[in-house]
Design a binder for this molecule. Structure first.
Ligand code: HSE
Length: 299
């Protein structure tokens, strides 16, 4: 018995929602096969498209799967996982989250769903912990639940799926450098001023309200990051120009995707999202910087 999965890429943070907001892309991601086998335990038998460890304890899929299986009665069978990576590590669109979420989702299906998708988030987070040293859930939650998600609280874990309007599209450009999440977290300050916090939670509330009421202008006004973007954007070549270009070409808002270096823009309708992709491409072409770009519906 086996299951073949699409493991979607995700955009975490969404400007104002550091470590709490994220969304799921519908056409960018990895593939994975999870197979039930007689041999007990979890084995990663194949990884294509990336140079990642096969050892279960060193692989994010393996660690997430083990975290899940530890909570169940001992099984007299096991699982094999084959991973076909398309999302590059250190790209900022949830490469480790796709693998962590895929493994626990696949095993849960093969076991007849002992857990809900929300329950699976806590296990997938263990993969994120291995990858970056921090068990954030803002990529694994949208990868597992789809659409927009909010991590309302980490302790206890409280994941909320957020409604969003039909016509929202994301354009994501990945300048071809690798930025490790752990490095991008090390530039952050551990405290924020009350003034910045007030602006940030105003925007988080505004973004959620805009998503529920399909108020595209409010979504746009709220896509602003007072705290993290100023510290991280200096690590990303051409960030200011790409963001400005996206806004000039009709984006509702634009910011760093996850911990970068990918940059996202949200827009209303595919036509605008495509136009933004073209304009962003022109910027990196002119800078002679290799990049990958895609346009995706949020799903
Ligand atoms: N919220 C995390 C960060 C996402 O920005 O560090 C990492 O993909």
């Amino acid at each position: 018995k086996e299951i073949k999965l699409f493991c979607p890429a995700t955009i975490a943070n969404l400007s104002c929602g550091f470590d709490v907001l994220g969304l799921c892309l519908d056409n960018a991601g990895d593939e994975m096969i999870v197979r039930k086998v007689d041999q007990k335990g979890v084995r990663i038998t194949k990884i294509m498209g990336a140079d990642l460890p096969l050892e279960t304890e060193k692989n994010v899929s393996g660690v997430a799967a083990l975290a899940m299986l530890e909570t169940l009665d001992e099984l007299d069978f096991g699982f094999e996982i084959e991973i076909y990576k398309n999302i590059k590590a250190g790209s900022g669109i949830g490469s480790s989250a796709a693998s962590s979420a895929g493994a626990v989702f696949g095993i849960n299906e093969l076991l007849g769903r002992p857990y809900s998708r929300k329950d699976l988030v806590q296990f997938a987070m263990q993969g994120e912990k291995l990858a970056s040293g921090n068990a954030h859930a803002d990529n694994v939650a949208p990868a597992l639940l789809g659409g927009f998600t909010l991590v309302r609280s980490y302790a206890p874990l409280d994941i909320i799926r957020i409604d969003s309007p039909e016509e929202l599209f994301a354009t994501v450009v990945h300048p071809q450098i690798e930025l490790k999440t752990s490095d991008a977290r090390s530039v952050l300050k551990q405290t924020v001023s009350l003034k910045s916090a007030i602006m940030q939670w105003g925007n988080v509330g505004g973004l959620i309200a805009g998503l529920y009421t399909k108020d595209y202008d409010l979504i746009g006004r709220s896509l602003h990051d007072e705290i993290v973007e100023p510290l991280r954007s200096v690590l990303i070549p051409g960030f200011d120009l790409i963001k400005q270009t996206a806004l000039e070409n009709g984006a509702l808002g634009s910011g760093i995707s996850g911990s970068g270096p990918s940059i996202f823009a949200l827009s209303r309708g595919k036509e605008t999202a495509d136009q933004i992709a073209k304009a962003m491409s022109d910027v990196y072409e002119k800078m002679n910087l290799p990049y990958e770009i895609h346009v995706s519906k949020i799903n």
